[in-house]
Design a protein around this ligand. Structure first.
Ligand code: ISL
Ligand code: CA
Length: 558
């Protein structure tokens, strides 16, 4: 009953361009580097690529602060390089999804420079300017990167709104001129042949009229409050009607902040807003909304029950993406698997099995196909991310927590974990650059790198290849009904995917022990499609599996 679409069948790969491949020795990844590696991605089985922002930017937040929407970030190359990327991808029958950051611009954007120049400037209303209260900000909104969400500007003495860094002022979507300019910009990229758009922090475009203070209760989850603007769905429907519906383009919304129950409003196809959702309930299951840097314990039953809810929430009319890491989160193996040396490979393969058998479009974050891990951070000055620095100011410098406690947590949770350069080989700088890399390289590149894994049959990389092939040739693994067959189990994650008469079973042992697993619901194995970490666990006709540590498999059921 779910309508077929290319973007449901596609396997996506997320590229963080800054850290992917440098071709000119300046230590920063670039578009030419992406082009150079297209064949690597094609042979992995990738159909589409999402790239993080590629626009001109002063890089306060690594490109999420855009200075010019129609210019390429200088370090990444030229517009000609971008056009070449699109055409080289077309040749290979691959599609490109770009990142659309229109909740805010950089404070260096010409609109903002105009806007702050005087109260009468025609661009004043492109952003939110308000008077302070008794020399304090207009209200008590916090920013995601620490401190107040309002910044005073001396020129006019008023404050402007910034949900993220103060270098990222929020655009005023209530102004039709802003929307018109943004829509024109979207057409510019769509006319170039871009076939996907990921909308950054899409739920926060519409602001709460009058900017009342948040109650203490609301402040604890201010992200959610910021998604309650009254016009958000009107704007998304307008954007769809005026721009997106006129192109062959898939849209994915970063529906960050919105509780699961409200999220389908953004991507239920009957509403004509967005096609797919990025939800964060799973990847943030071990975090609190108020102290986001802190790490909490999690269990497999929590993990699987979130997936179950996400699946039923998408239902018949929605479609999810599925990912276990991205540029804002720690590495999947370190987070959900086990990154002690002996378990990296087995647990990376186990996670690959999950990512590629969900009723959702898989997004593989660069390096996950190798089992890249978190970085062993030890001190504050080893981090690059503006978020870590903001949290440090709010928590350590105010004396709320000790430096040690803080570092112990951000080592596990920091966004920087996923931003270290890609590990291509065991030579200088992991083959990422001939120059000085912009960010530290994980010392485990000597063992974990693409070249080594390409030639070893049982590598994580080759397992990804096999899993992607399996997904591509098995419609039930894409469209089939998903059912968790033992939702309370804290050791073995097992679920079925059913399409017509075809029934498949996916089984993952989430422990470091051998587990005897009797199949529930009278299930009987018909054949083995793929097994990771140990072969021939199941004989035909078996009703019990003996699973080695982190073992994973996909089976056909009778
Ligand atoms: O990663 C987060 C903090 O831990 C999230 O709160 C994140 O800020 C949120 O998901 C919005 O993310 C997106 O917009 C940000 C940018 O920094 C992120 O990289 C981007 O994915 C601002 O543009
Ligand atoms: Ca470069």
């Amino acid at each position: 009953s779910t309508l077929p679409a290319w973007w449901k069948e596609a396997v996506f790969y997320q590229i963080y361009p800054r850290s992917f491949k440098d071709t000119n020795g300046d230590g920063i990844g670039d578009i030419r580097g992406i082009i150079e590696k297209l064949d690597y991605l094609k042979s992995l089985g990738i159909d589409a690529i999402w790239i993080n922002p590629h626009y001109d930017s002063p890089n306060t937040d690594n490109g999420y602060d855009i200075r010019d929407y129609e210019k390429i970030m200088q370090e990444y190359g030229t517009m000609e390089d971008f056009d070449t990327l699109v055409s080289e991808m077309k040749k290979r029958n691959m599609r490109l999804m770009i990142d659309v950051v229109i909740n805010h611009t950089s404070d260096q954007h010409p609109w903002f420079i105009q806007s702050k120049s005087s109260k009468e400037n025609p661009y004043r209303e492109y952003y939110f300017w308000r008077d302070g209260k008794d020399n304090q900000p207009p209200n008590n909104y916090p920013s995601f990167f620490g401190g107040s969400a309002w910044q005073k500007d001396d020129k006019t003495g008023q404050y402007y709104l910034h949900y993220f860094a103060r270098q990222q002022p929020d655009l005023n979507w209530d102004n039709p001129k802003v929307r018109g300019d943004l829509y024109a910009m979207l057409r510019f990229w769509l006319d170039k042949g871009v076939s996907g758009m990921r909308f950054d922090t899409v739920a926060t475009y519409s602001k709460i009229p009058g900017f009342p203070d948040l109650t203490p209760e609301q402040q604890k989850n201010f992200a959610e409050q910021y998604t309650t603007g009254p016009n958000i769905h009107r704007y998304l429907q307008e954007m769809k009607q005026e721009v997106l519906s006129r192109y062959d383009v898939v849209t994915a919304g970063e529906i960050f902040g919105v509780p699961l129950e409200r999220s389908s409003d953004f991507f239920d196809r009957r509403r004509n807003e967005l096609d797919m959702s990025f939800m964060f309930d799973l990847i943030r299951l071990d975090r609190d909304s108020n102290e986001r840097w802190r790490h909490k314990k999690w269990t497999l039953s929590q993990f699987r029950q979130i997936i179950n809810k996400m699946d039923s929430n998408a239902g018949e009319y929605g479609w999810n993406t599925f990912f276990l890491d991205n540029h804002d989160n720690p590495r999947a193996v370190s987070h959900f698997g086990d990154d002690s040396p002996q378990w990296i490979e087995p647990s990376a393969k186990a996670l690959a099995t999950i990512i590629l058998t969900q009723r959702a479009t898989p997004f593989i974050f660069q390096g996950s196909e190798l089992g890249m891990t978190n970085y062993p951070f030890k001190k504050l000055n080893e981090f690059d991310d503006i978020e870590v620095k903001g949290f440090w100011q709010d928590y350590v410098q105010t004396g709320k927590v000790s430096a040690e406690e803080f570092i112990d947590n951000v080592r596990l949770t920091s966004r920087d974990n996923s931003r270290t350069p890609f590990q291509w080989n065991d030579r200088k700088n992991a083959g990422f650059t001939s120059g000085k890399p912009w960010f530290r390289i994980n010392p485990n590149y000597v063992e974990i790198n693409a070249d080594k894994e390409l030639i070893r049959n049982d590598s994580v990389l080759n397992y990804y290849k096999e899993m992607i092939k399996l997904r591509h040739k098995t419609p039930a693994l894409i469209y089939g009904t998903y059912k968790d067959i033992s939702p309370e189990d804290d050791s073995v994650y097992a679920y079925t995917r059913t399409l017509g008469k075809e029934r498949y079973l996916v089984v993952i042992n989430f422990t470091e022990k051998t587990v005897r697993y009797p199949l529930p619901e009278n299930n009987v194995i018909k054949s083995i499609l793929i097994e990771a970490n140990q072969n021939k666990t199941a004989e035909k006709q078996s009703t019990v599996l003996t699973l080695s540590p982190w073992q994973a498999g996909v089976y056909e059921l009778q």
